[in-house]
Ligand binder design. Structure first.
Ligand SMILES: NC(=O)c1ccc[n+]([C@@H]2O[C@H](COP(=O)([O-])OP(=O)(O)OC[C@H]3O[C@@H](n4cnc5c(N)ncnc54)[C@H](OP(=O)(O)O)[C@@H]3O)[C@@H](O)[C@H]2O)c1
Length: 243
């Protein structure tokens, strides 16, 4: 038996972009621990597809809105060794206009989109440093240019860019930290928004007139993590929408 591969951690790996990150990491020789909130069958499907690729993915059920969820992910990682890669992918839109926003929607978005990535990075940092690893935070082009999904999403996706740049400074030279900021990606999150808005964004606002596939984002993200000179960068992958 050869050496086990390096360990990657992906939050929200049960479906969408997170599942694509898990599978792309497996293709690149990582073992993967991924988290999900409650969609057990989807998590099992990610594991099945990883094993079809000849790799090993294990899941941990964890609600990242709560500190215990972050602790559960960190414990699942610790049981398997030190991480070389952390992909903070799990996110929620909490779709609303300013007038409808409640404390609850705001605080949920902050907890899942911003607080969990920061504390997961803190928990995994010693291992990432030992392995001279990398962190990839999943933002959104809405975090760069203002969001269609409303204040909680726009603010937290901008916040994670600030976190990325801060950690890039603080954790260098041992750990690199970058962000990817996709535009529309073909997942449940995108298809949940108003069809007219989808059409306007893709047909009128996006020069390339396409929505990305989750695998496109995963390949780009894993590429960025492999660039030895990249830290603190934000790769906007949105068909030219906000260039
Ligand atoms: N799709 C887009 O157009 C788009 C564009 C730009 C950025 N993004 C960003 O890309 C990331 C992934 O988006 P996606 O489209 O793949 O989303 P998605 O299809 O809605 O999947 C969300 C993932 O996050 C998990 N999750 C949700 N709430 C959670 C919680 N409280 N605790 C733990 N896990 C939780 C879900 O677990 P369950 O399956 O168990 O529910 C699922 O694995 C997000 O950060 C999103 O903001 C997406």
């Amino acid at each position: 038996m050869g050496e086990p591969g390096p360990l990657a951690v992906v939050t929200g790996g049960s479906r969408g972009i997170g599942r694509a990150f898990v599978l792309e990491a497996i293709r690149r020789g990582y073992r993967v621990v991924f988290s999900y909130r409650h969609r057990e069958a989807d998590a099992r499907e990610t594991i099945r597809r990883a094993s079809e690729l000849g790799g090993e993915a294990v899941s941990v059920r964890a609600d990242l809105a709560r500190p215990e969820g972050v602790e559960a992910v960190a414990a699942a990682v610790a049981a398997r060794g030190a991480a070389s890669l952390l992909i903070n992918n799990a996110g929620v839109t909490e779709e609303c206009r300013l007038a409808e926003m409640t404390r609850e929607t705001w605080e949920r978005a902050v907890a899942i989109n911003l607080t969990a990535p920061a504390f997961l990075a803190q928990a995994l940092m010693p291992g990432l440093a030992t392995n001279r690893g990398a962190i990839l935070n999943v933002s959104s082009d809405g975090g760069v240019a203002g969001s269609l999904h409303g204040p909680p999403y726009g603010a937290t996706k901008a916040g994670i860019i600030g976190l990325t740049k801060t950690l890039a400074r603080e954790l260098a030279p041992e750990v690199r930290c970058n962000a990817i900021a996709p535009g529309p990606v073909a997942t449940e999150m995108w298809f949940a928004i108003d069809v007219e808005v989808q059409r306007r964004v893709v047909e009128r606002e996006t020069p390339l007139r396409r929505i990305a596939q989750p695998a496109d984002v995963a390949r780009a993200g894993l590429d960025v993590c492999s660039w030895p000179d990249a830290t603190g960068i934000v790769v906007v992958l949105d068909g030219g929408r906000i260039m």
